[in-house]
Design a protein around this ligand. Structure first.
Ligand code: C5J
Length: 231
């Protein structure tokens, strides 16, 4: 096995074998990132999530170039809502509920314009897209089977929102034995305080859920791969 690539990270450097790694991009859907979608119906300022897009686009480009597989997820429900628990459907007082018609189509429903991934990060042909009804990417999906079939053990985790779908996924992945590196500038929250604390919680206690690094650190490690290839 080649020496692992090293990323400067909290709580200590993260080592990964690119041949056993995947980039996971969580829920970069219009419904969360753009006005008129699910995130806004809950009363959030979706503008805060836009900051994630440029660094994540650079990470996506470099990851594809390095030949590391990319997996996208989308949170959403079947048109008849049969996979949406009443507890989720009826909770709170959103301006529009899941399944209601909104400016980008029915809120959080598969196949609708708002449910799809934003143009800047659109999946390339052949990249896996996991549709999930819950917050975690492993719950009621084939993600674990797919990762095992690809022999992936390390996940570079990005997307939104830090304290909800990113956190739930990292916790699920950690319990299943995956080593997660969360890129701090490629995950976003509607709440700056949750962003800070969410990231701290991942790397606390010696990396209780995983590691946290900047995208610059990850990109630097991928560049090492190019140098190795040229040697
Ligand atoms: C939320 C998500 N925040 N993708 N979903 O409801 O984090």
């Amino acid at each position: 096995m080649p020496d692992p690539l090293l990323v400067e990270a909290e709580p200590y450097p993260y080592g990964f074998d690119p041949a056993r790694t995947a980039l996971l991009i969580i829920d970069m859907q219009r419904d969360f990132v753009e006005p008129g979608g699910f995130g806004e119906t809950l009363g959030n300022d979706v503008g805060l999530l836009q900051e994630v897009v440029p660094p994540l686009r650079d990470v996506l480009t470099a990851t594809r170039k390095a030949g590391v597989p990319v997996i996208h997820t989308r949170e959403g429900h079947l048109p008849d809502l049969s996979d949406c628990p009443p507890s989720k459907l009826n909770r709170g007082a959103p301006s529009l509920r899941i399944g209601d018609p909104g400016p980008k189509g029915r809120i959080l429903i598969r196949g609708e314009y708002g449910h799809d991934i934003i143009d800047e990060l659109a999946p390339a042909e052949g990249e896996l897209v996991i549709d999930k009804p819950g917050k975690g990417s492993f719950h009621a999906t084939t993600l674990d089977e797919s990762l095992r079939a690809m022999d992936v053990r390390s996940l570079v985790v990005t997307g939104v929102t830090t304290e909800v779908c990113v956190h739930t996924t990292v916790r699920e992945a950690n319990d299943r034995g995956y080593e997660c590196l969360v890129l701090s500038d490629c995950v976003g929250s509607y709440f700056p305080e949750f962003q800070r604390v969410g990231l701290e919680m991942i790397a606390a206690q010696g990396g209780i859920f995983g590691w946290v690094a900047t995208s610059a650190g990850y990109l630097k490690a991928l560049q090492t791969l190019e140098t190795r290839g040229a040697a």
